[in-house]
Design a protein around this ligand. Structure first.
Ligand SMILES: N[C@@H](CCC(=O)N[C@@H](CS)C(=O)NCC(=O)O)C(=O)O
Length: 203
C-alpha cells in the first residue's frame, strides 16, 4: 500500500495517524501537489493529497474515503462502530473537524495571496467558521473523554488533527484560551505515538 502525501497536509496526517494506530505497513511517497513535478494529478484528477494506492492497484481519495477503505482491512482498533447510525455519528464528528481544517487551509491560502488580491473579509469569514466549529466541538465533547462512545474513533483523530493544524498555521488564534474544554482532549491525543510520529515540520 502506498500513500501519497505532503508532510504538512492535515488530511494526509489524519490517514498517517490511522495507519499508525492500526500498525498497517505502507510506503510513504512524499509529493506536494503545489510543486511543478508532482505526480498527484495522475492518480487523483483533483490534484490533492492524500491519495492511497491499495495493494490491488486501486486508488482511493479523499481522506474520509481512504479512512473508510482502511477500515475494511479489519485491522484493530476499529475506528468506526459496527452500527451504521453510530458510524454516521462518528462521520459527523469527522466532517465537523475536517470543516474546521478546511476553513484554516482556506484562510492560510488567502493570507498568502499578494497584496491587493488578499481579502481581509474572506480571512475573517473563515476564522468565524473555525471559531464556530470549535465551539460546537467543545459543546459536543462536554466533559467526556472521546467524542463518540468509550474509545477513540475516527472523529477524535480528525479533531486532534484540526487542532494540531491550528497550532502549526494559526498560533495567534489562541484556540486554547477561547475553547478551554478542548484542551484536556488535545493533550490526550497529542501524546499518542501516532500523533507524535506525524507532527508536521514547521514551515
Ligand atoms: N477533502 C480533501 C482535502 C484534501 C486537500 O485539500 N489537500 C490539500 C493539501 S492540505 C491539497 O492537496 N491541495 C492541493 C490543491 O488544492 O491544489 C481530503 O480530505 O482529503
Amino acid at each position: 500500500m502506498k500513500l501519497l502525501a505532503s508532510l504538512t497536509s492535515p488530511y494526509a496526517r489524519k490517514i498517517r495517524i490511522i495507519l499508525a494506530e492500526k500498525a498497517l505497513p505502507f510506503e510513504l511517497v512524499i509529493d506536494s501537489p503545489w510543486e511543478a513535478n508532482t505526480r498527484v494529478p495522475e492518480l487523483n484528477p483533483l490534484g490533492k493529497v492524500p491519495v492511497l494506492v491499495a495493494d490491488s492497484g486501486e486508488t482511493f481519495f479523499d481522506s474520509p474515503v481512504i479512512a473508510g477503505y482502511l477500515e475494511t482491512l479489519g485491522a484493530p482498533p476499529a475506528l468506526l462502530p459496527g452500527d451504521a447510525l453510530d458510524a454516521v455519528r462518528v462521520r459527523q464528528t469527522e466532517a465537523l473537524a475536517d470543516g474546521v481544517t478546511d476553513a484554516a487551509v482556506t484562510a492560510l491560502l488567502e493570507s498568502r495571496r499578494p497584496d491587493g488580491e488578499r481579502s481581509a473579509r474572506e480571512i475573517a469569514r473563515q476564522r468565524d467558521k473555525i471559531d464556530r466549529g470549535l465551539a460546537e466541538l467543545e459543546r459536543r465533547l462536554d466533559d467526556r473523554h472521546w467524542f463518540n462512545g468509550g474509545a477513540m474513533m475516527l472523529g477524535d483523530i480528525a479533531v486532534g488533527v484540526a487542532l494540531g493544524y491550528l497550532d502549526l498555521r494559526f498560533p495567534d488564534l489562541d484556540w486554547r484560551g477561547r475553547h478551554p474544554g478542548l484542551v484536556p482532549f488535545a493533550e490526550r491525543v497529542f501524546a499518542r505515538e501516532s500523533f507524535v510520529g506525524t507532527r508536521p515540520p514547521a514551515g
